[in-house]
Design a protein around this ligand. Sequence first.
Ligand code: URA
Length: 438
Amino acid sequence: VNLADIIATTRDRRALTSLQIQRLVTAATDGTAADYQLAAWLMAVVLNGLSDQETTALTLAMANSGERLDLAGLPKPWLDKHSTGGVGDKTTLVVLPILAACGMTIVKMSGRGLGITGGTIDKLESIPGFRTDLTPEEMKDQAERIGIALSGQTPRLAPADKALYALRDVTGTVQSIPLIVSSILSKKIAGGAEKVVFDVKCGSGAFMKSHDDARALANSLMTIGAEAGLQVACLITDMQQPLGRAVGNALEVQEAIDVLSGKERGRFRKLCEQLAGLALELGGKVEKGLGKQHAANCIDDGSALLKLDQWFQAQGVHVSVVDPQFSLPRAPAKQEVLATARGFVSAIDAEQIGSLVVELGGGRKTKGDAVDPAVGVVLHKEVGVLVEKGEPILTIHARKDEDLIPLTDQADRAIRISSNAPAVPDVIKEVFKSQPRD
Ligand code: URA
């Protein structure tokens, strides 16, 4: 394979054939391509883009670069859910039990958090006993029994993505829609999904800061997903303020349990109902327009909580989440952050809260760091509410008292209080149910 030709083709904005893309991906996977050649091509893609046809070919070549999970024998529809990542995003822990309680099969691979965006695997590992290292055989067997299996990513699926992502991370080439889309979709296809619901986050705590950027990503996920043979639906959701009350691994698990127990009814539950509803409609389980109500019913009748319990126990947790013996790690030091004036909460900046939780030890600065499952932030107010001076806005949960002083200042900077009521964006910013037009 002549990689110099391939690089020059993209550099000159000419189209690569599917065969050229296939060869490039094979060379990235088997190590015959030099890192500098791959990096040069990646930068050419960042600068010049790829056509939809090229992006589809790249997606399929990456999906086929390793093993593919064979879900044959499991009840259909096979559905996956993917979030582009945010602060306080524990949606998977609520949505998966709803879908499985409604008869869907979800075999999901999730990642760890990096930077300010948390990861589902870190959240689940905060639960004593929870196993996140299921083999493909265990996943299939468990999904057959209870409808859900979730494990950490294996390098055996889509290894080309692993090789290319590692280079992108260190060469300033992560931010490219064709590269992001092919990276995400190839892993979904290799994981056996036929249908995928996407939650594209938008705002300071997300990868995509503006609605236009989020819309471009959502459009491309819809278009390339369909070209690659998936059925796809997508939400764009707000990530300007953290999602829900809790940010931090064990704190978020507790919040997910509280939502499924019917104790929480705010923006986070609304997002979960909408996303699960979209998935139920995509999966043909309910008629169009009825998904959200159906999802809400599964929470209200307790069936989704029962499913969460089955899922946790299947993956090694010894006690029910409703048993008084069930306990999650708790941080020993706490500090409330109070409103400095009377007025409306006009901002709780997701990015700053996310980085505060990383400082507490709840997230990673580099890939190998350990995370502290107990630390985090619990918000008592959301954007738009009126508060009195001195009312608690949030509580910081820390490992030790010394951590609290500098972080209280940082929390203060994340919060804005104004005399006028702010416009509060809906948590759901846009819904894509079918193929969008260009
Ligand atoms: N998530 C992925 O899996 N890949 C990307 O390129 C970006 C985010």
